[in-house]
Design a protein. Sequence first.
Length: 284
Amino acid sequence: MILERIVTLANEHSKIRFLAMERSLRATGCTLPLYVIPYDDNKFELPENATWWEMPEITSWIDKNKLWPAFRKIQCLTLPNYQFVDSDVIFFKNPEDTLKPLNGFITSCTHWMAPEHTFTDETLRYIKAKTTTWTRLIFNSGQFACDKVLYQADELMRFCETNFTETLFHKNYLYKDQPGINILVNCADVEISNVTMPPVSMASTWAGDYTDEASFERFEKHDKPYFIHWAGVPLTSRNYIHQYFFKFLTAEENGAFKLEGVRRLKFKDRMRIKIKAILNILKN
């Protein structure tokens, strides 16, 4: 695969994560253009060689039908030769070098060990019918690469409205983007390969596999994957794997990110108290 671009998804809320990701990418020597899909209208000023990438026909269709905002990343399926990552990623190696000997649709997650959240009852029937080793065909929708166009934009929207409609259309906001993107790729004419499985057998790219001392020591001693994806692992401490994220931030950004985490925690605590109060009222 000859990469032509890196694609991500961001808004003002994820700006600090995005900046760490972009700086880590450039630190590997990768100079490819960075396409940034806006999660919503809350944009920010992008660094050099990065540009907002919006397909109005897909964006307006998603907004009109009240689909999950992160589903905008389906734009990637209309492109060839890209690496997509969510903004909560840190690169260790130039993705151009890692992906050069590979082709097809490439993922590097370990969701095959815990496939929950990658399918619905509706889509699982189709995926299981393909092979008994179906877990090798599912992936985390926060990171993937592909060397070919899988859909044209109008074809993509039409497919979502007429196939697996509970997952892709009617309950898209409930299921979010992961099951939908998994079934879209599985229905396309492309070979799916996961480089954490043989013959490559790359180390896990999920930060959750390196959060304790023993696993982090193993990470330090062995060949590192080409990036780490936090994917739901909270960046609430500076221990172990998290240090790789924080080192790409300025002191001011570090402080702002820490404050943001405190505010989010307080909000969750307030909501938890409110929910308990409502439940008590309903019981009585």
